[in-house]
Design a protein around this ligand. Sequence first.
Ligand SMILES: Cc1cc2nc3c(=O)[nH]c(=O)nc-3n(C[C@H](O)[C@H](O)[C@H](O)COP(=O)(O)OP(=O)(O)OC[C@H]3O[C@@H](n4cnc5c(N)ncnc54)[C@H](O)[C@@H]3O)c2cc1C
Length: 371
Amino acid sequence: MNADVIIVGGGITGSSIAYGLAQRNQRVIVLDGEDHDYRASRANFGLVWVQGKGANMPDYQLWSRRSSQRWSDFARELFDVTGQDLHFEQRGGLVFCLNDEELEARRTSLQKLHQKLGDDSADWEMIERSDVETLMPGVKLGSEVCGASLGHRDGHANPLRLLSALQAGIQKLGGTILSTRVQTIQRDGGGFSLETGRERYSAQRIVIAAGIGSQALGEQVGLGVPLRPQRGQILVTERLIPILPLPASGLRQTREGSVMIGATHEDVGFDVSTTGLAAAKLSARALRVIPALADAKLVRQWAGLRVITPDGCPVYAQSKCHPGAFIALCHSGVTLAAVHAEIIAQAIVDGELPSSLKVFNQRRFNVPQAA
Ligand SMILES: Cc1cc2nc3c(=O)[nH]c(=O)nc-3n(C[C@H](O)[C@H](O)[C@H](O)COP(=O)(O)OP(=O)(O)OC[C@H]3O[C@@H](n4cnc5c(N)ncnc54)[C@H](O)[C@@H]3O)c2cc1C
């Protein structure tokens, strides 16, 4: 099968880019792995999150802002194409602080980031307990909550609806999605030939967006990026009446009423088991914020693997030795979906990433080791 662009990986990252390409009249094929693959897109928390992002790379903060600014239009366009509501809301997001040290540490880290950016735009503020109470009249806060950081650009969406809408959108716009695992990528004339063991697919351009499976594929076209899986576990309660009007880092209420509690950050390799220890830790912290959650039944717990680059920031690059081969990696695919569908998709049509994205090139990891 032939296409203008083949996207390897149909998670939120690959599907966002494929959707943007299909909107730009490209013939796209998405080759999306097999049943037992690791799939971050089916395990995540659903935040569209800006505050605090990019402490070690301020461009990542700016990139997240660009995406959050576009998210509302992006969600509306996807609704127009597919009729699917992503349950997107953007009224700000909170990070709760449970003592003065946490509050000061949070203030200092956000101030440092904004000093690096040379901006003191009022897109975040530290708020006191009484302000949190005003924002959340439906909950009685735990006695330890002394305040929070409030990010005005933050929001949340239903990530499974997002993935489903993107995949429906790709197909409505003429694209093809197939469940099959790419084994080898080879140069073929002016383009690329991808082998799955059963079939061969050809395209002028390819995008590797295979999450944690991207390292082995990238190495075949000069786009090797050392990746690390990081396990995140999430708890979900039964449906409750609306109590949380704003999402928080680690606590958000879905449109259906479930409260999601998460997520852990665990370096345990490719182990996607859930653990009692994580459930205990996550629920203990949640109860310190909202004690009434003690009466809610937990109905689900799951684990997924984040896709972590060496500095935790995204990678976007085109191969120098195999022009036409691109790679896209990140661990905030929900947040960045809007810029992936627009800016990254347009760059692939143009055959060149904009110079503003050079900072995200994978060559930043090729630092010679000290003897
Ligand atoms: C616990 C947790 C919480 C998170 N919370 C948030 C959040 O609140 N907000 C946010 O923005 N992000 C969050 N994330 C991150 C987010 O889920 C990911 O960034 C996003 O899903 C994008 O993933 P992806 O498409 O890059 O990878 P994946 O979803 O892993 O998709 C990769 C795809 O590639 C396919 N594949 C792999 N190898 C091959 C191959 N050889 N051939 C063909 N296909 C292949 C796989 O089948 C898979 O479908 C969270 C992640 C976790 C784990």
